[in-house]
Write a protein that binds this ligand. Structure first.
Ligand code: MG
Length: 382
């Protein structure tokens, strides 16, 4: 007995909510393909992302702490896996399409540069007069153009639903995909990936902050979202006072609280609105995947705390300066001597121009490779 595509699509139609995106409703791929006998289109997209070079490079890209700076620190890859796992839980609980939510989650950070957000800011500055740089748009560029695998086209030819899910920031009536205006909001599955991204980094950046010694639980005292997590820890009988077990379990409770809140409040909004299909969801005047107003306020407080005490900590700020100088040096070197770049980047000069080809090349680098290139080209030891 084989659970083939026909059976899987039938199951989707009977087991998912009317407002979930079904494979049978997909707007398809730019280059039409035959269906796979055992995998739905979104499952194939997930596998294409997992098998992409850009996905493998996430292992050596900075999340917050420079790649390699600690054995337990998150990298872009582990962050991405955590986002995908939470997205699946949320999608499953709300009768939405797990495969689509997971696929968008796995692809959401493909466009990140080396050296984390500092690297992105640096590349955006360098590219200011050549169209700028944005990691969300870069993720789409990677799956549409930069991955080379198929015989007759560039990119990995993902479905419209996954590609649209990567276009996060939209302007009403202006943002386009393939020349067509995108609706104001994303599918519920893409909204899940988006919220899961936020709550995942709130939890793990705090965790890595503890690990690095830059943040202590003392500093979080009085913050509502943290106190709620601490209450759950104390119920277990664990004593406070900065112990590893206490902090780790509090992070676990914090993440669990946020996921539960997001599922329950989104369910309330979905029940109230009861959209008849996935198309209507995209045209509504608000997102339906959301924290409750209470958690929205409390998580923003945590976000502000992370910005002040972690992302802009003097120790990490040094990384910002270093990223700008290293990426500027590489960009200058490659635009002066394009033959220093890899073969596929050199080939793209003709179609995309020298500056975009150099930006794509630098953006794709892992921290490790960017540092090696900086040493090779600029002749400086790190
Ligand atoms: Mg992310």
């Amino acid at each position: 007995m084989i659970r083939d595509l026909r059976v899987q699509c039938q199951d989707e139609n009977t087991s998912l909510a009317p407002y979930a995106v079904k494979n049978s409703e997909s707007q398809g791929r730019v280059y039409p393909e035959e269906q796979h006998p055992f995998r739905t289109d979104f499952q194939r997209d997930r596998d294409r992302i997992l098998h992409s070079k850009a996905f493998r490079r996430l292992e050596h890209k900075t999340q917050v702490f420079l790649s390699g700076s600690g054995d337990h620190m998150r990298t872009r890859l582990t962050h991405t896996i955590e986002v995908a796992a939470i997205s699946r839980t949320m999608a499953r609980s709300l009768y939405l399409n797990e495969d689509l939510a997971e696929t968008i989650s796995l692809a959401h950070d493909l466009g990140h540069t080396p050296f984390g957000h500092a690297g992105e800011r640096a590349l955006n500055k360098i590219m200011a007069s050549h169209g700028g740089f944005d990691h969300n748009l870069q993720a789409l560029r990677i799956v549409d153009h930069l991955e080379i695998k198929y015989p007759s086209y560039d990119g990995i030819n993902l479905t419209w639903e996954v590609r649209a899910g990567l276009v996060k920031h939209r302007e009403a009536g202006k943002t386009k995909l393939n020349g067509k205006i995108l609706p104001l909001h994303q599918s519920l599955e893409a909204q899940i990936a988006d919220l899961a991204d936020d709550l995942t980094y709130y939890g793990h950046d705090l965790d890595d902050g503890f690990d690095s010694g830059l943040i202590s639980s003392e500093m979080l005292k009085g913050m509502a979202v943290w106190e709620r997590a601490v209450e759950r820890v104390k119920e277990t009988g664990l004593a406070e006072a900065g112990a590893e077990r206490f902090e780790s379990y509090a992070i676990r409770c914090l993440i669990d609280n946020m996921v539960r809140d997001a599922i329950c409040y989104s369910d309330k909004l979905l029940t109230e609105q009861n959209p008849a299909n996935s198309g209507i969801v995209r045209e509504l005047d608000r997102k339906l995947i959301s924290f409750s107003p209470e958690y929205e306020k409390e998580t923003l407080e945590l976000r502000d705390f992370l910005y002040k005490n972690l992302y802009f900590h003097p120790k990490l700020e040094r990384l910002n300066g270093m990223s700008l100088s290293r990426m500027s040096a590489l960009f200058e070197a490659y635009t002066r001597n394009p033959e220093e770049m890899g073969n596929s980047a050199i080939k793209r000069i003709e179609t995309d121009g020298l500056y975009r080809a150099a930006a794509d090349y630098i953006a794709g680098m892992t921290d490790v490779f960017a540092q090696k290139e900086f040493t090779r080209i600029c002749g400086l030891l790190i």
